[in-house]
Design a protein around this ligand. Sequence first.
Ligand code: ZN
Length: 147
Amino acid sequence: MTARTRGAAGGGKLGARVDELRDAAFAALEQAYAPYSSFRVGAAILADDGSVGVGCNVENASFPAGMCAERVAVGALATRGLRRFDLLVIATEADSPTPPCGLCRQVLAEFAPALPIISVTRSGEAARWSLADLLPSPFTPSFLHHS
Ligand code: ZN
C-alpha cells in the first residue's frame, strides 16, 4: 500500500486499517463466483465496532440475480446487527480501480451516506472517493416518512 493510499483514507484510525481491509478484500476476491464475467471482486467493510465484514461477487445464470461483493459484505455486517460503517475497500483484478456500481451505492447509502471508499488493484493502483460524491442525492429513509 502506498503512502498516497494511506493518506487517502484520511490517516489516523482509518489509515491504520487500510492494509488490513485490502488484504481481507483480496482474500474475499479469491472466493468470487464469477463464471460469466470472470470479473472477480472482493469487498471489505470496516464497521463502527472495529470489526470487518467481507464479501465477494456471486453471479447467477439468471444474470440479474447476481450479487456484488459490496452488497454481500453489507449483508454480512447487517446479519451481525452492525449498521454503521467507517470504510469500504474494494479489490479487483482490473487495470484501473473500479468504483461500486449504482445499485451498491444506493445500498451503502442506507447505512453510511458519506462512506469513504478505496478501490485497489493487484498492481497497486488505488483510488479514493466519498460515497457522497459518487451518489450525491441518494434515496434515504427520510423520504418514506410522511409529515
Ligand atoms: Zn454493485
